[in-house]
Design a protein. Sequence first.
Length: 346
Amino acid sequence: MATSDYRLLVLENPLLDIQAVGDEALLEKYGLKTNDAILAEEKHQGIFEDLLNNYDAKLIAGGAAQNTARGAQYLLAPNSVAYLGGVGDDKYAAILHDAVKAAGLRVEYRVDPKVSTGRCAVVITGHNRSMCTELGAANFYTLEDLKKPEVWSLVEKAEAYYIGGYHFTVCPPAIQELANQAAARNKPFILSLSAPFIPQFFKDPLDASAPFWDYVIGNETEAAAYAESHGLATTDVKEIATALANLPKANAQRKRVAIITQGTEPTIVAVQGEEGVKEYPVHEIPKEQIVDTNGAGDAFAGGFSAGIVDGKSLEESIHMGQWLARLSIQELGPSYPFPKQTYTSA
Ligand code: 26A
């Protein structure tokens, strides 16, 4: 069946991951938690060189929603996904260009010749990953960049939007513009909560976009952070999912769906106005097959979004997300196996 090009448009922060296996001492040196995502402060400046010089770090294409976009493209027909964000004009941007080209992902980067491409230090300890990000050129994306003709034509062409919540630290007006476009034209608007610090410290722009979420995706720690910062008075993942699904909504033509992943525990799904939540068990793989879990959530979101864009059922879309996450955790960093594996439906 012929489909139109670039049906899914994704916006967030393109980053290069500098990833290494670390230890407690390294986490302690930089005051990092074993499993977290934060913005780099003054005290973290040395971590990138430290990882490269002393921990045999690998350079891997990252940026949470860029991983999701590569993931969705993995499952969809060629030329289905386009991605927006800001990079520099340097060797790190060249690595990102190579990675997205190999994945068949179209990018429209805002290129800033004066600022370095963003970097994310990823410290792996066992099945945990601690991430510390210096946004660099990714931090300079603006609403004007979204309105450039070559970008805006992608906005108009797209049939669905996916926003990585990390972009709330960069350009809420661009997110809001895509939210409005989605609601006005009844296109699905998918949002990832991305990290606990987003609902904690970027509550206002997050809440401004909430009425536009058709699908909201998070993991258990992000759900808990949302609940706490929004005074939900519960720590129960199912109750939080139900609360998210039933927030006020702008586009009444779509019922909101809230999806909470919990690692190897079942994926929780709540639908606006519907009684009860559904649970979708995860098909675990043997522990020795896991390389690292960096990007597992992004991969889930990529598979899920591919399903939604392709008009698959909610159940099938969840299955696609779980399938792609399972592939990704068997690769180094937020990557997918090539040659491509063939998806088998639920
Ligand atoms: C603004 N921040 C903190 C971030 C990120 C981020 N992507 C965008 N913005 N912090 C970490 N990541 C990415 O998350 C992926 C794993 O889920 C990392 O680059 C990594 O590839």
